[in-house]
Design a protein around this ligand. Structure first.
Ligand code: FAD
Length: 311
């Protein structure tokens, strides 16, 4: 998100983007599962800033973003209760990474190219890929999550950032189930915040989102639970979260897959860098959600601000 936001503001002939994955979107991710798809990263996003609003409206007009109005619940004393609110929420359509794809139209990305080192060579920076190919650039913007940034920039003075900003992991499990989620008072819900539950952080029913027609439910574990079980086998995680869902809601579910996000969200979203960006060295900038309060919107605005500093 941060990298795409920056690229959209810069003349295409002035930059090159390196992306380690096959497609754009990063943590705005969806995964194909048994002829269906499920969002396995961000589940929705909100909009506050007019600069983000403008691009969300464009994506909405193009059909890549839709409003999502789930019947919401939360956990109180670990019991599911309803929790309606008036927050406007959006999702990519038909999947979260549709927003990444929309933003990357007319942007050329060198995909499946992982940068492993960045060093200075006089007035230039040299970027090296896993295959040893080198690229040089006058300026560099790094928009990876913080731990990957720290690996890439270990030759630079990044202590002021890495001592202050950290990120938390999330285990995501996808299950299939034909049953409706209900609160303890038998009100139907489409999504449920973790509230005071020890295990859950967010649960969402895919078919409640526009354009999805599946029986998949996405379960995200709390940062504490995810950290405690970080190195567990994905099958163990899937079984455990499926059982927790069955015990909590009294529904039958079939675990389908688990995905571990080592760097899902900032530990303290209230802590931000000024404008959500940081200059590591002359011509070398970092941006991303961890400097900008987390969330999709934070990442976008951070990249947007960074582009204004790249001349
Ligand atoms: C499970 C989960 C749930 C979430 N829920 C929400 C939510 O409900 N609402 C919300 O607003 N936000 C949510 N978020 C957060 C949101 O997804 C992020 O804030 C936002 O997508 C981050 O964007 P970014 O550009 O900063 O980083 P990323 O999306 O992580 O992008 C970084 C990119 O860098 C690439 N990369 C990494 N290392 C290298 C390398 N060495 N070389 C080349 N490329 C590299 C990655 O592949 C990736 O594409 C959630 C995140 C997770 C994981």
């Amino acid at each position: 998100m941060a990298g795409l936001a920056a690229a959209r503001k810069l003349p295409p002939s002035s930059y090159q983007i390196f992306e380690k994955s096959r497609g754009p979107g990063g943590r705005l991710a969806s995964k194909r599962i048994e002829q269906k798809r499920a969002d396995i990263g961000a589940q929705f996003f909100t909009v506050r800033d007019p600069r983000f609003q403008a691009v969300v409206e464009l994506a909405h007009s193009a059909g890549a973003v839709q409003s999502w109005e789930p019947r919401l619940g939360t956990f109180r004393s670990s019991i599911p209760v309803d929790s309606p609110d008036t927050q406007q929420r959006y999702v990519g359509a038909p999947y979260m990474n549709a927003l990444g794809r929309f933003l990357s139209q007319s942007i050329t990305i060198k995909s499946e190219t992982r940068i492993v080192t960045i060093r200075r060579n006089g007035s230039y920076f040299v970027l090296t890929t896993t295959t040893g190919t080198e690229y040089s650039a006058e300026q560099v913007l790094v928009t990876t999550p913080i731990d990957q940034m720290a690996d890439l920039l270990d030759r630079f003075e990044i202590a002021p950032i890495v001592t202050q900003f950290t990120m938390e992991p999330t285990w995501t499990t996808v299950v299939s189930s034909e049953y409706q989620l209900m609160t303890s008072r038998q009100e139907p819900i489409d999504a449920c915040f973790g509230g005071d539950h020890d295990v859950f952080d967010f649960i969402s029913v895919e078919r409640s989102k526009p354009g999805r027609d599946s029986d998949l439910i996405v379960v995200q574990a709390s940062p504490e639970w995810s950290k405690a079980h970080l190195e567990r086998n994905p099958n163990w995680i899937a079984q455990k979260l499926a059982t927790e869902l069955t015990n909590t809601f009294g529904i039958q579910v079939r675990p389908v897959l688990s995905h571990r996000w080592r760097y899902a969200r900032p530990t303290d979203p209230k802590m931000t860098a000024q404008k959500g960006i940081y200059q590591v060295d002359a011509g070398l900038w970092i941006a991303g959600d961890y400097l900008a309060g987390g969330r999709v919107e934070g990442a976008y605005l951070s990249g947007f601000e960074a582009a204004e500093r790249l001349t």
